[in-house]
Design a protein around this ligand. Structure first.
Ligand code: 9YT
Length: 137
């Protein structure tokens, strides 16, 4: 069994702050744990408004606190996000995430992140952390 604490993980390189300063994320479970998925607690900063397109990953995002919206770019639909909302990117959907207030999210990625990924120009992560931040686990 693996037991970790968010408070402890936040003090390590498991915590990543996005270069554009839109979010930070602490990766509690990573590829090296061999679970087949990764699990992250992500904070989207108030006022953040950014595009993502996870071409190589499936992601589920559950809102624990805060308010915002997610927009799917293919059809322009906007979905409000409040505590209890989950959005599931089952089709590698291009999307925009907007935070009205700071939002705390629990995120699962399949395949799992290695922990070194940053968004590329498409708002995607390369597989196996091919785009490196220089952070070490
Ligand atoms: C909600 C979302 O996709 N945020 C981007 C960060 C991601 N959850 C991560 O890399 O931990």
């Amino acid at each position: 069994m693996i037991v970790r604490s968010l408070q402890e993980a936040e003090k390590t390189s498991r915590r990543i702050v996005s270069p554009d300063n839109n979010w930070e994320s602490t990766r509690l479970l990573l590829k090296e744990d061999e679970m087949g998925f990764s699990f992250h607690i992500t904070t989207i900063y108030a006022g953040a408004d950014f595009r993502m397109h996870y071409q190589n990953h499936l992601e589920s995002v559950y809102c624990m606190s805060g308010e915002g919206e997610v927009e799917t770019l293919d059809d322009g639909k906007k979905y409000p996000i409040t505590p209890g909302t989950v959005y599931i990117l089952d089709k590698h959907d291009q999307h925009i995430l907007r935070a009205v207030t700071e939002m705390k999210m629990a995120c699962v990625f399949n395949p799992p992140l290695s922990g070194k990924e940053v968004h590329n120009a498409e708002g995607a992560y390369e597989l196996d952390g091919d785009t490196l931040t220089g952070n070490k686990d």
